[in-house]
Design a binder for this molecule. Sequence first.
Ligand code: NDP
Length: 290
Amino acid sequence: MSQNIFVMGLGNMGAALAKTLLGKGYPVTVWNRTESKATPLLDAGATLAHAIADGIAANEVILVCLNNYEASRRGLSSCSDLTGKTLIQLTTGSTHEASNLQDWVTQRGGRYLDGAILAYPSGIGSPGCALLVAGHEAAWSSAQDVVLTLGPASQYLGDNITAPATLDFAVIFPTVTLMLAVVQSIHALEGTGVSIETYADMIAPIFGSAGHSIKALAHSIALNDFSQTEASLAVWQAALENASNSFRPGPKNLDLVDAVSQILSGAVAGGAGSQNLAATIQYMRDSPQK
Ligand code: NDP
């Protein structure tokens, strides 16, 4: 019989996780700070938990997908007994946060998997979708069916609890940096007489499967419409900041990370947090060289 699942957090990603599990026949309970976001999932058969403790008490597998680990820890703080439960943290975070949360969960009798999702919400459940997870073997055994339902191409990385967060950084950073480099290039081309479409058609094939995202960015800039997104600028900014904290403090050079973070933070501070990555062009236009 399918395990009962509790999904904490119904943003773009959490809602996609819950929807996919419901579609595969799992009994799913959901919780979100803004309860109204649960409505489409309740219509699809989910049960609503008004309190996190109620959702945890009634379910065996707990999926957490919020905007940071701090929000997760605050939400979980009311739960003192996690005996028989497997908690899978899918929020983007640092290696330190992964280790600390594993300690916290195991001290309360629970099993813990730390995870990173290498997909957009629309890709959850599709054959190529991969989650990277690590944790004790017993935690993996207890929840591997759920993980493989969400990401059939998922990988269990053994008990090195920091591996998903480290690898997540190494995926997030080049992805967002490529996208910002394209936005910066389009910004550089503004006023030169070269059209955005010409540039996008030229560069997209060079980057293979990322070409689709490059074209979408360019299209968004051409239309001056930054509203379509599965991963908002605020989510990218927080993801890069949280993931790169794995290396802070420390001896590694993070100059390029800091430069990219500064652009994302500046765009979010300028009010573009809910928009897509292409909206960083507004920040670039508003902050010329000194
Ligand atoms: P959203 O911004 O869409 O949703 C954020 C979620 O966090 C909402 O449920 C929100 O609740 C909740 N939240 C924020 N602050 C708090 C708080 N203080 N207390 C309780 N809940 C809070 O983000 P996504 O769903 O896109 O991303 C969630 C996680 O998944 C992030 O760590 C992200 O890096 C990761 N991820 C996202 C991907 C994507 O493409 N979107 C891809 C891979 C990973 P409320 O609705 O009340 O605001």
